[in-house]
Design a protein around this ligand. Sequence first.
Ligand SMILES: [Zn+2]
Length: 235
Amino acid sequence: MRREEILRLLRIQEIDQEIERLERHLRKVREERERRERELAGVCEEETSLERKEAELTGKLRSLREKLSEEEDLLEKTERRMLAVRKDHEYRALLREKAKHEDTILKLFYDIEDLERKISEFREEAERRYPLLKRKAEELREEIEELIDEESTVINRLKNTKEDREKLIESIDEASLRFYNEAKGRFGTTIIAKIEEGVCTGCGMKIPDVLFSKLVRENSIERCPSCGRYIYYRL
Ligand SMILES: [Zn+2]
């Protein structure tokens, strides 16, 4: 293959390597963004569950207080009826009823007290937790924004790089391009390999000294005896 053709293929190779790098980077950025989005959803869920829990506790408290007030009304009614009854057995029945209401009221008092303590403990914990969650959510939102920006930058660069590739391909003859595409299947992204410290960067094997001297002396393009890639020292 002519030297100019190989140089064009080398340019394509560089572009392909850049495309690969950008695609890898894009995947990483997307994964990072998705990870943070999941984390943010978790933070929001914890906030919601705290709110739900608070509503549940205060709802319970309200219903206990309502029950208490109903029970107090009933007690009052019983006491009024006690003043009006004449018969002994009726009076005793009302006394029992009164005692039952008083028991219930006492129990409700304890339940309310218990629940009020629970609510105040819960609020203390929630007060401590809310600002942490808020800060975490803000941090995550900012990070997500940045990652979205980065994502669109990479997408743009990828688009431009692919356009560059399209343009470059037009200047390459069909046979060279066919060679390049076939070699890609065999060699991966490095088809034309630089020689570094006497070693082919495509396969990692040391090339013979004679060949190395020739590459250095003539700036030529040769084939690696180990892997068959085109190799160069300096172009
Ligand atoms: Zn090699």
